[in-house]
Design a protein around this ligand. Structure first.
Ligand SMILES: Nc1nc2c([nH]c(=O)n2[C@H]2C[C@H](O)[C@@H](COP(=O)(O)OP(=O)(O)OP(=O)(O)O)O2)c(=O)[nH]1
Length: 134
């Protein structure tokens, strides 16, 4: 059976209602594709805790986790990813790219232009039509 991987992604929105998009590195699954920063939920961890931990590890960024956007399941060749996305706000810290090779702040209507990891497509659809997060 394929590995079942529970993943959380942070849809960080800034004061201009732009969304933080992050590009995966070469040499890993989904190389050079765009994703929301985040990662795997560890044993015993709540999704919001996992998200806060991952953002600190990957970007040295402290966030406040907000509303859940959606949960989708996608079958990749390396496993099945269950991705849950949450709106989030950056509280402090300057974003450092410790795992990603690039990042962009894009207006909602422009996020579709990137080459997203396939599991992210349903979330992208919701976000691009979404109203600004409170
Ligand atoms: N963080 C994140 N991961 C996503 C998204 N969409 C998507 O398919 N994924 C996949 C990529 C990875 O296979 C998995 C996330 O796990 P991860 O970020 O901890 O793993 P990774 O492949 O970068 O690194 P590793 O620890 O397995 O070496 O979920 C997304 O929007 N954000």
């Amino acid at each position: 059976m394929k590995k079942y991987i529970r993943v959380v992604g942070a849809v960080i929105v800034n004061e201009k209602d732009e969304i933080l998009c992050a590009q995966r590195p070469e040499g890993k699954n989904l190389a050079l594709m765009w994703e929301f920063p985040g990662g795997k939920i560890e044993e015993g961890e709540a999704p919001s805790e996992a998200l806060e931990r991952e953002l600190m590890e990957e970007m040295e960024c402290k966030i406040e986790v907000g509303e859940r956007i959606t949960t989708t399941v996608h079958e990749y060749d390396f496993g099945t990813v269950e991705l849950t996305t949450y709106y989030a706000k950056q509280l402090s810290g300057e974003i450092q790219l410790l795992e990603h090779i690039d990042m962009k702040w894009l207006a909602r209507q422009d996020i579709e232009s990137l080459d997203w990891a396939p599991a992210d497509i349903p979330a992208i659809e919701l976000i691009k039509n979404g109203s600004p997060a409170k």
